[in-house]
Ligand binder design. Structure first.
Ligand code: MG
Length: 349
């Protein structure tokens, strides 16, 4: 088993272990006096894994209910949160009980947000079952939902009590969603770890996925510990995301997946920053080659002008500027704020 400790306001551990789902109750029991636990899961994941987790929680003395919502980003809205609150109420969830998020990023974000707000905050646990959630969204305490006008516009910081990662769940993940997670994995290599990047170049990610999850989570832990509330360094985790979000939005969230859009966004951005002399020569070609190796897109169906126009709606914009993350080289990045009015000029090479 691999362990990563996260020292934020409330500290917690991330455990990576095959078949940890079967033992989830044993790891959760010592952390809480909860009598009841609610498993929150979607219509894809619940049929495969909810019974397993429920049985383990019951074996460890929890009274367990399961809340299932329709799989997909279109469910990540306040109307689902309200249904979740009603389920909590009907199942007598009190402030000392616990929510268990079992699923991908949408599940973790929503269950975390419901837990952050119900009765002004109850404990929750993350059991991420997608690669994207395992390497990225389950760590760091960001929770939330979308509004009709944009993704993740409403939310809260709420750290989980523990994160249980079972790499076995990746065996039931459709290929497209494995790639989705790899988009974020490549990002970690780009911003912080030339070793991880080289490993992805030299090995097949799927063969060494336990180590890759561990490395990504460790990088995210380091960044989140230094900037829990996202006021500074944490922005580097958004490398490729400003253009990526724009691409997702232009595709009405039904084109590229998040990870694919991040991959395309990082490739497009790095091509430009290298041409403009901000990034060491050869970096862009190396990134393109790696993305190609994992069948990730290097481009989108939209023009640069369309992407730039769409970045104006990005929530990471503060006041008059947008924060972009530029690579200095593979494994090294920095934050570059660009004024709204200068964006078009800057990116036209
Ligand atoms: Mg992301």
């Amino acid at each position: 088993m691999k362990r990563v400790e996260v020292k934020t306001g409330k500290s917690y551990e991330i455990l990576i272990r095959h078949n940890i789902l079967d033992k989830s109750g044993e790891y959760i029991r010592p952390l809480t006096k909860a009598i009841r636990a609610v498993i929150v899961s979607d219509s894809n994941v619940a049929p495969i894994y909810a019974d397993k987790v429920k049985a383990s929680l019951e074996d460890n003395g929890f009274d367990v209910s399961v809340f299932v919502f329709n799989a997909g980003e279109q469910s990540k809205r306040l109307f689902t949160i309200e249904k979740m609150y009603m389920h909590f109420f009907e199942n007598n969830i009190t402030r000392t009980d616990i929510v268990v998020a079992l699923g991908g990023g949408v599940t973790g974000d929503m269950a975390g947000f419901a837990a952050a707000s119900y009765l002004r905050g109850i404990d929750f646990v993350q059991i991420p079952t997608s690669l994207l959630a395992q390497v990225d969204s389950s760590v760091g305490g960001k929770t939330g939902v979308d509004l009709p006008t944009g993704k993740n516009l409403v939310g809260a910081f709420h750290q989980p009590r523990i994160v249980l990662i079972d790499p076995e769940t990746l065996n039931t993940l459709p290929e497209k969603f494995f790639r989705d997670g790899l988009g974020e994995v490549v990002k970690y290599g780009c911003i912080k770890s030339v070793d991880l990047f080289e490993r992805l170049e030299n090995q097949n990610a799927a063969d060494v996925i336990d180590d890759i999850i561990y490395e990504c989570v460790s990088i995210k832990r380091d960044v989140v510990q230094r900037d829990e509330l996202d006021t500074g360094e944490r922005a580097i985790l958004n490398f490729g995301h400003t253009f990526g979000h724009a691409i997702e939005k232009l595709g009405s969230y039904s084109g590229l997946t998040h990870g694919e859009a991040v991959a395309a966004g990082s490739a497009i951005l790095t091509r430009i920053t290298e041409a403009k002399g901000f990034t060491r020569k050869g970096t862009s070609a190396r990134l393109d080659n790696l993305l190609r190796k994992y069948d990730l897109p290097l481009n989108s169906d939209f023009t640069l002008a369309e992407i730039l126009a769409a970045t104006r709606g990005d929530k990471k914009s503060t006041g008059k500027s947008v924060k972009f993350i530029f690579l200095r080289a593979i494994g090294e990045c920095y934050i570059n704020k660009i004024d709204f009015e200068d964006i078009e000029d800057f990116f036209v090479v």
